[in-house]
Design a protein around this ligand. Structure first.
Ligand SMILES: Cc1ncc(C[n+]2csc(CCOP(=O)(O)OP(=O)(O)O)c2C)c(N)n1
Ligand SMILES: [Mg+2]
Length: 297
């Protein structure tokens, strides 16, 4: 088992207070251990952790373009294999890089079956460039490119189901996790890097600046997402769902109210039909993954 006391992502970086992705980076490296090469696309994490000539990474780390981390990782993995070396190759990339612009390279890497772990820290928008919507932005969230107003209630499309898309590529292991449950996150990362073939982990990583909540509430907001069913923690092996965390679900209202990106749904008055649509998304998740705790009479 990997030594989880090692701090391989150092303090002193320049993330915002309460940055979910920074917590994710720290936990991911506790799951991978030292024998790891990280490939990172451009985005907040790269900017706050590697302002030249400084770095927060205590493992080999390579910057790729916004769109090609999976291709860079594929090349590194092929070279390591050729040289009989055993380092783990791990991409750590934002949702914009993963869901949108890097999708072709990820699809190619997974189709070829490279022995890599691709991890998306999902803060649900392009945060580094000013909070633009991505394919991971949830329904009705306000971003600078999906502002609520006369013509819309925020982001008009639901979140893309990327874990299922990568499972359909034949990924050996696919999992979702959240920074709000660190032990679970580290366990899943450790499992992924020790599973041969292409693995994918998507981490719910609340962004205090982009979502609009106080930096001290990151873990609370993360837990709320899971408790209302808008985020589900599950694992898939070879395309099959093997585990999903059950919850005693609460309505989505609390999670939405905790963040300014959903403020327009409650002010000046609650927009009940839109809130009901978001509740329906949580209900559909609960049904799909069987997460509701049913109390026996
Ligand atoms: C080809 C290309 N297009 C646009 C950009 C500008 N750009 C840099 S980071 C970024 C957003 C990254 O979003 P995400 O992957 O979600 O990471 P986050 O900033 O949210 O951590 C964009 C649009 C770029 N670097 N390269
Ligand atoms: Mg992002």
């Amino acid at each position: 088992m990997v030594d989880k006391s090692l701090e391989l992502f150092d303090c002193g970086h320049r993330a915002c207070g309460g940055c979910g992705p920074a917590i994710a980076a720290k936990l991911i490296l506790k799951g991978t251990g030292e024998d790891t090469i990280v490939v990172a696309s451009t985005g907040c994490m790269e900017v706050f952790s590697t302002p030249y000539p400084e770095t927060a990474w205590k493992v080999p780390w390579i910057h790729s373009l916004f769109e090609n981390a999976a291709a860079v990782a594929s090349g590194i993995e092929a070279s390591l294999k050729h040289n009989n070396r055993s380092e783990k190759v791990v991409c750590i990339c934002g949702d914009g890089a993963t869901f949108d612009i890097g999708m072709l390279c990820i699809s190619g890497a997974f189709e070829r079956g490279h022995d890599i772990t691709y991890i998306c820290y999902d803060n649900e928008a392009y945060m580094n460039t000013g909070i633009q919507r991505s394919g991971a932005t949830p329904y009705d969230a306000s971003t600078t490119t999906s502002p609520p107003g006369k013509y819309s209630m925020g982001n008009s499309r639901p979140k893309k189901d990327l874990p299922q898309i990568l499972a359909a590529h034949g990924a050996s292991y696919v999992a979702t996790a959240t920074v709000a449950y660190p032990m679970d996150l580290m366990k899943k990362v450790e499992k992924a890097v020790n599973t041969p073939g292409s693995c994918y982990i998507q981490i719910h990583a609340p962004c205090s600046t982009g979502w609009g909540f106080e930096g001290g509430k990151t873990i609370e907001v993360g837990k709320m997402a899971l408790e209302c069913g808008l985020w589900v923690n599950y694992e898939m092996e070879n395309g099959k769902l093997v585990k999903a965390k059950k919850v005693k679900r609460v309505p989505v209202d609390g999670y939405l109210k905790a963040q300014k990106r959903f403020r327009h749904l409650f002010k000046p008055a609650p927009v009940t039909d839109e809130i009901a649509k978001i509740q329906a998304i949580a209900d559909a998740n609960a049904e799909k993954y069987g997460i509701d705790i049913v109390l026996k009479e």
